[in-house]
Design a protein around this ligand. Sequence first.
Ligand code: NAP
Length: 426
Amino acid sequence: MKIGVAGIGTVGVGVIKILQSHAELLKDRCGQELEVVAVSGRDQTKDRGVSLDGMTWYTNAVDMVSDPNVEMILELIGGSEGVAKDLCVAALKAGKPVVTANKALIAVHGTELATLAEKNDAPLNYEAAVAGGIPIVKAMREGLSGNAISRVYGILNGTCNYILTEMEETGGDFDAILSDAQALGYAEADPSFDVDGVDAAHKLAILTSIAFGTPVDFDNVYIEGIREVSALDIAFAKEFGYRIRLLGVARKNNGGIEQRVHPCMVRKDTAIANVSGVFNAVVAEGDFVDSTVYEGRGAGEGPTASAVVADIVDVAAGRISPTFGIPVGRLKAIPTMPVESHVGCYYVRLTVLDLPGVIADISATFRDEEISIESLLQHGRAPEEEVSVVLTTHEVKEDALLRALSKIEKFDHSLAKPRMIRIAKL
Ligand SMILES: NC(=O)c1ccc[n+]([C@@H]2O[C@H](COP(=O)([O-])OP(=O)(O)OC[C@H]3O[C@@H](n4cnc5c(N)ncnc54)[C@H](OP(=O)(O)O)[C@@H]3O)[C@@H](O)[C@H]2O)c1
């Protein structure tokens, strides 16, 4: 099969390396030779570290689609709009298979692209778009197809997991650890997509669609990043027997589906709490299989290219699945449950003046909202100075907790906005 590669950066180069170094192995696995015949990038003079000899260069990636020699398109450029989208649309309209690693594109335009794929009988594969090297799309779409999925959750962003792990290990604050991560190449110069949770939300929206057979609905993912997680929260988490992880959680119940990305307290003895550094992990819960756990490298040249090549092999071998596991016409929208209706346990950190009666006022506010406190601690005593009061709650509806925190924030002895982190029930 003759392949056109659009985008020869980290992932594109990784794919070319695998195709070159495993040519024989891949031929055995898909029953035909895989050959890159065309490439597209912005700068033709750049040394990519791989040989592009004999490949036709396209400055405009979309032109590759009309090259009769190109039978399959790899979209490895990135971004939900612009040339990446134009290329995928053009290729699918021309009936050419598309393999992409682009989570933003699939999260925002996945349903539209799946419709085009189906209409033109052209596969659209995107394994690398979710959790890099972990074959989670295939596992959920095919391996778990005998199950109704009730919940899928995981660590979907290696940059955030690296930062949170380092904060825990060194006691450092977010900003300092982020700078280190940038210097080491684990975080982008503009880290906002990662640390603000958008990247994890793109991946979660895709997983939700596969898990529950819904059209991809990125706009309804609740997103909270990790910028507000402080060294103090990490230290208190430790004291309560938790670690803090940025989780993406998609859950279905009678009221609808929840899709949320936010920092969570996770018990230290859970699989997810023990996923450290840049690793990703996904847990999928099915009604017959129970809980299944997948862990691995969520990004980087080799792991991401590994997932792209698996998609190429599937297409070349004729193993084609509907984009989200079922035909587009069978995808059914399910109402999204607002995060305020979430019921769970919470960690709360209050910054208050150490005065007599403060704890009584806090307790009364929680009582008025019918919130039951599980534990409460204050570190040391500093009469008339700032102290942290930290508590965990029993199960409560989030809107009741938010009301209580808003009342507490208005107290004279309250010195900072109360900090709340959801405790995950895993
Ligand atoms: N890197 C990872 O670990 C990883 C993991 C999972 C998914 N992904 C996804 O994989 C995709 C590629 O990521 P990457 O890390 O490989 O990005 P990258 O290193 O920045 O490479 C992007 C490539 O796209 C090319 N490009 C940019 N604009 C173009 C245009 N208008 N026409 C043609 N080519 C264009 C660039 O060309 P020049 O080189 O000439 O500038 C470059 O070769 C993204 O969707 C990303 O989200 C990446």
